[in-house]
Design a binder for this molecule. Structure first.
Ligand code: VG1
Ligand code: CO
Length: 541
């Protein structure tokens, strides 16, 4: 074991979901070591305890895992659990942490961002509940990273990550574990596999695009081997270091092939995809795309049809920019609805305290209290369970839902890689005029209220301010503006647009049409075109 002198970096501030940078940034001498040591220095009481390490298999994953193992040993962890080949999906890692009562875990991923020598990498620390470290921990990590002057590492040979079994690194045990087994077992506990299997055996066809990312092995095992989906139902199932050159982002832009197939005449009954690290989900029925916000609401409304949720939900939580469709379900179920800032770390306390059972974000993230991360395959399986029990199509279920609850038309417009100063200026100007907006009218609509979202955590009493600007119109339409905390170049402006339509006769209007006046209002209020120089968003989801 040795202690190495180092000099701090000033840019190791974790964002919405861990530290994310371009690979060459992480490859600077001591960059990875400094950050991992800053994590360890911010924790107390891990001597002799277990640390879980795994990643989404992207470029640089194996190198960082070797460093993390040697540093965990030098810092006094007693045992490290590593997914075989360095692979653990984010929800699977959360499960391994919980199941083994580990002290915490390091998840190596930049999620939906592209991978490769010049693309993105990320490191995230999760606590013993299996969830992303809360802000007080990430703030401490950042503070430490700015002054750190030494790190500890064992000078030992690399561990063979592909060989399941146990080895020693210094005095620490390293166990290479099956990446899929525990997760697949958990899914079998939650859902009615027999019902889904029978449905598939009866001719129900599904397709799942793993996007050459981490869910490939999980989806192959669960959907094809355990549930009997035809071989080939799971596409792009070999995790690649560069995701085949694509963005492993399951949206209508990057999973366009899937979308086109699902809209075609020979579409299967159900289509889905997940992202780089397996925590997101895209759900497309034959001829219908289900927006993530709607999917959250529909899953919550039907969750009782799956064994794990047969006893009902304790509460439903959504991130602030997520549409309010889920709130309407909570109201009907007579349970509480929670509104948190963007990022899964804010759901942890609600789940731990038993206040919420199902959580979701508009960014294709849904999950429950089974782990402390959002979970892509979980959402797919809950949908399949619901479809098996109801015996209706996705389209029929969605339309019936809208008829019952009304429809929240929804879209997110992303302006990527915008000049950072311009983006900050746009938000600053919005903040400055917030107090004067209420009562004014834009595109013929009256603004009822405007604020900058601040969250008071009901469990630990902490406050998180400046979490996004909300413009609420009379009639319950809404525009939200915020800057992304996961990008690695320039700034990304996200504009979230939502309109509630109670009238079932108007539910089949195309979304862009239903939102046209709000889209125009979003530009008028914030001056997006003028300030960013962009005439249209880079991505619409
Ligand atoms: C985005 C999404 C957010 C999600 C986060 C991590 O954050 O908007 O909802 O929790 O990514 O998702 P931001 O700050 O860029 O808007 V993932 O799949 O990285 O783990
Ligand atoms: Co992800």
């Amino acid at each position: 074991m040795k202690t190495v002198s180092t000099t701090p970096f000033q840019d190791q501030k974790p964002g919405t979901s861990g530290l994310r940078k371009k690979v060459p940034v992480f490859q600077q001498p001591n960059y990875v070591e400094n950050f991992i040591q800053s994590v360890f220095d911010s924790l107390e009481g891990f001597e002799g305890q277990t640390l879980v390490i795994g990643g989404d298999g992207r470029f640089f994953n194996r190198e960082v895992i070797q460093i993390a193992i040697k540093m965990a040993s030098a810092n006094g962890f007693g045992r490290v659990l590593v997914g075989q080949g360095g692979i653990l999906s984010t929800p699977a890692a959360s499960n391994v942490i919980r199941k083994n009562k580990a002290f915490g875990g390091l998840i190596l991923s930049a999620s939906h961002n592209p991978g490769g020598p010049n693309e993105d990498f990320g490191i995230k620390y999760n606590t013993g509940n299996g969830g992303p470290a809360p802000e007080k921990v990430t703030d401490a990590i950042y503070a430490r990273s700015r002054v750190i002057d030494t790190y500890k590492i064992c000078e030992t040979p690399d561990v063979d990550l592909d060989q399941i079994g146990r080895v020693e690194v210094g005095t620490m045990d390293v166990e290479i574990i099956d990446s899929v087994a525990d997760y697949a077992a958990l899914m079998e506990e939650l859902f009615d596999f027999a019902a889904i299997k029978a449905k598939i055996a009866g001719g129900f066809r599904l397709t799942f695009d793993a996007m050459h990312a981490v869910t490939g092995p999980y989806a192959k095992e669960i959907l094809e081997r355990r549930l009997g989906a035809a071989e080939g139902s799971v596409k792009n199932f070999v995790p690649l270091e560069d995701f085949g050159g694509h963005h492993p982002d399951p949206n209508l832009v990057h999973a366009k092939d899937l979308y086109d197939l699902m809209m075609s005449d020979d579409a299967p009954d159900f289509g889905a995809a997940s992202d780089g690290d397996g925590d997101r989900n895209l759900i497309i029925g034959k001829g219908i795309f289900v927006t993530p916000s709607d999917s959250l609401a529909m899953l919550a409304a039907n969750a009782h049809l799956a064994p794990a949720y047969a006893g009902g939900l304790k509460g439903i939580a959504r991130s602030m920019p997520t549409s309010r469709a889920a709130d309407r379900v909570a109201e009907k179920l007579g349970v509480k609805a929670y509104e948190t800032p963007t990022g899964w770390k804010f759901f942890g306390n609600l789940l731990d305290a038993g206040l919420a059972t199902i959580c979701g974000e508009e960014s294709a993230g849904t999950g429950s209290d089974h782990v402390r991360e959002k979970d892509g395959l979980w959402a797919v399986l809950l949908w399949l369970n619901i479809l098996a029990v109801r015996g209706e199509s996705v389209k029929a279920i969605a339309e019936a839902h809208w008829t019952e609850y009304g429809r929240n038309f929804y879209a997110r417009h992303d302006y990527e890689d915008v000049d950072t100063q311009a983006a900050n200026g746009l938000v600053a100007e919005l903040r400055e005029k917030l107090d004067r907006l209420a009562g004014t009218s834009v595109q013929g609509m009256t603004i009822a209220a405007a604020d900058d979202f601040s969250y008071l955590d009901p469990v630990d009493g902490s406050t998180s301010a400046n979490q996004g600007i909300r413009i609420l119109f009379e009639g319950d339409s809404r525009i939200v503006y915020r800057l992304s905390g996961t990008g690695t170049s320039g700034a990304t402006l996200r504009v979230y647009i939502e309109r509630f339509e109670p009238d079932a006769a108007k539910h089949d209007v195309p979304t862009p049409e239903a939102l046209a006046d709000l889209i125009a209002a979003a530009d008028e209020i914030a001056g997006i075109r003028a300030k960013t120089g962009r005439n249209e968003p880079s991505v619409i989801t």
